[in-house]
Design a protein. Structure first.
Length: 564
């Protein structure tokens, strides 16, 4: 089969300053002209015309740059209109270096950023030599666009049934682990071509094709991970520190433990990043002014841990924990065990189930717990619903709005402000294809093989209605993953692990402690066992606080090791 190259994505720059536009065009063409079609126009009106022309001809627009102070229209206004035409394109406001610090420019930037109208701003290139600060931002946005939107060369190709729960599970696994992959429905032309090339029938799906030609038929998650070359079992049987869970808290404990000389093993049963890894954009994490995707943050942390010498084993779970003299034994899902002196529990929490039986049968076939990033492109032009009132639900809605014709957030309470950050509420209010229905709960849903309708109740009005729905993304509440722990690790009535002073509040018998002093702030009822992040009773459900607890726990591990 002869591969046909897709048209090059477009980089569009708009500036009515001829000298500045010439410099921008030179910078873009010289650096990106091989892989992208660079278009530079001298007015806002010409920019709109070019965007509409690209849309009519089926071209992808990866990036739009616009000068803020143009005669016909401001850059922020132009980028707002660009968002309506190409919702997935990255949008950057250009500011002349002489205007940097100007109050009007600052106000325009802040307003556009707050309302989600732009992804970033940039000082226009003005150096005689290549402006690497300019290119640093451009390259980052092109990378993000390609990762989430472009289906070019992929490390892994998946062919499966679009509505199959297992096909969804495989795609979600690859997405959350940062693997560049392409998915083709089995009934599509490309899907049939890949199956024919690999010599596989369409009766056993999904089929996973590696870049080197290896073919996996109906593979397990472990088989996919092994084919991709990641570790699925510990390299040793004894470690100084075992971290259970690879979310932000667990990754922080892994990085700090390994960097401070502790032999460190981290167990992750699915994908690094945990629940945060499924977030399309985290904008309130320190040090990332333009935001960072949860999977990108997790991948960078994983690489950091690996470079410090930590072992991260995927697709394996801790199934038990017990004391062994001065040490601890962690039982693993493959039937083996590892010995350690300290354990950090960072298993996080999973999204609570809706508990609607008619929808549980459609999980993976239009009903998804999380997974907005994975399924977003398949929602193009359709009407979808998001359930939840916290940041994860708001981030999912914003990401889905780039593709879906309409996104409706369903909230059981009377306000978003109780649990969602103010910046997200403002972005949602400013996004024309996102609506919010308060005081609403889901009674049921139906469809032939996949979700087609939802039954909603307005608790304030007492009314019930059936609405068409292509998909439902559920991001509600949290249930801690603590069922594998022994009863000696005390938990509250919801299953969250008690630590520090909370142990005394729950009347822990002092005789349970082998030492006279009180437990350390993150220490559980079992000496040497610590809990961090969302799994801990009373924790703040934010990425930054989880990272902070993970790093703090390592200092307490050192104190424990010194006492032992």
């Amino acid at each position: 089969m002869v591969e046909t190259r897709s048209p090059r994505p477009v980089l569009l720059a708009v500036d009515d300053d001829a000298h500045a536009l010439a410099k921008i065009e030179h910078e873009l063409s010289d650096r990106y002209g091989e892989g992208y079609r660079v278009v530079c126009v001298a007015s806002a009106e010409m920019g709109i015309v070019e965007l509409e022309r690209c849309e009519a001809h089926g071209e992808d627009v990866a990036l739009v740059l616009a000068d803020q102070w143009m005669a016909e229209m401001s850059g922020s206004e132009l980028l707002e209109r660009a968002r309506l035409i190409f919702p997935t394109a990255r949008r950057v406001l250009l500011i002349a270096w002489r205007a940097w610090g100007d109050r009007r420019s600052a106000e325009a930037i802040l307003r556009s950023m707050t309302l989600g109208g732009i992804d970033s701003y940039l000082i226009k290139p003005w150096w005689e030599y290549p402006d690497e600060n300019f290119h640093r931002t451009i390259t980052q946005f092109l990378y993000e666009w390609a990762r989430s939107h472009r289906s070019g060369v992929a490390e892994i190709t998946v062919v499966g049934d679009q509505g199959s729960p297992r096909s969804h599970e495989v795609r979600d696994l690859l997405q959350r682990n940062g693997a560049f992959h392409a998915f083709y429905p089995v009934d599509s032309e490309r899907g049939r071509e890949f199956l024919a090339r690999s010599g596989q029938p369409s009766t056993r799906l999904p089929v996973v094709i590696m870049l080197d030609g290896r073919v996996l038929v109906e593979p397990s998650n472990t088989e996919i991970a092994q084919a991709f070359g990641v570790s699925t079992r510990p390299q040793r049987r004894s470690y100084d520190l075992v971290v259970v869970g690879g979310g932000p808290a667990g990754l922080a404990a892994t990085v700090y433990g390994a960097s401070e000389g502790l032999s460190t093993l981290t167990l992750e049963h699915e994908a690094v990043g945990g629940q945060a890894g499924s977030s399309s954009l985290i904008r309130n994490y320190l040090g990332f002014p333009w935001g960072v995707s949860g999977s990108e943050l997790a991948q960078q942390a994983y690489l950091q841990a690996w470079m410090f010498g930590a072992t991260v084993s995927f697709m394996i779970e801790a199934t038990g924990l017990r004391c062994d003299g001065d040490g601890l034994i962690v039982d693993l899902s493959d039937g083996t065990e590892v010995k350690t002196t300290a354990v950090v529990i960072a298993t996080g929490a999973s999204y609570r189930r809706l508990g609607v039986s008619s929808l549980e049968t459609l999980v993976g076939a239009g009903v998804f717990y999380g997974a907005a990033v994975t399924e977003a492109r398949a929602m193009e032009g359709q009407e979808v619903y998001v359930v939840g009132g916290a940041n994860s639900a708001g981030q999912a809605a914003m990401h889905l709005s780039r593709y879906a014709s309409r996104v409706t957030i369903l909230v059981r309470g009377g306000s978003l402000s109780v649990s969602m950050s103010d910046y997200l509420i403002k972005e949602i209010e400013a996004t024309p294809n996102i609506g919010v229905r308060l005081n609403t709960r889901i009674l049921g849903g139906s469809g032939e093989g996949r979700l087609e309708h939802l039954v909603l109740e307005d608790s304030a009005l007492g009314s019930i209605e059936t609405v068409p729905a292509a998909a439902l993304f559920v991001l509600i509440g949290a249930e801690p993953r603590t069922g594998w722990l022994p009863e000696e690790v005390l938990r509250d009535d919801r299953g969250f692990i008690l630590t520090g002073q909370d142990l005394r509040r729950y009347s822990l018998p002092p005789s349970a402690w082998y030492k006279e002093q009180s437990p350390m702030p993150l220490e559980t009822s079992v000496p040497g066992v610590f809990a961090v992040g969302d799994v801990r009773h009373g924790s703040v459900k934010r990425v930054a606080s989880a990272v902070g607890e993970g790093s703090m726990a390592v200092q307490m591990v050192h104190r424990h090791l010194a006492e032992v």
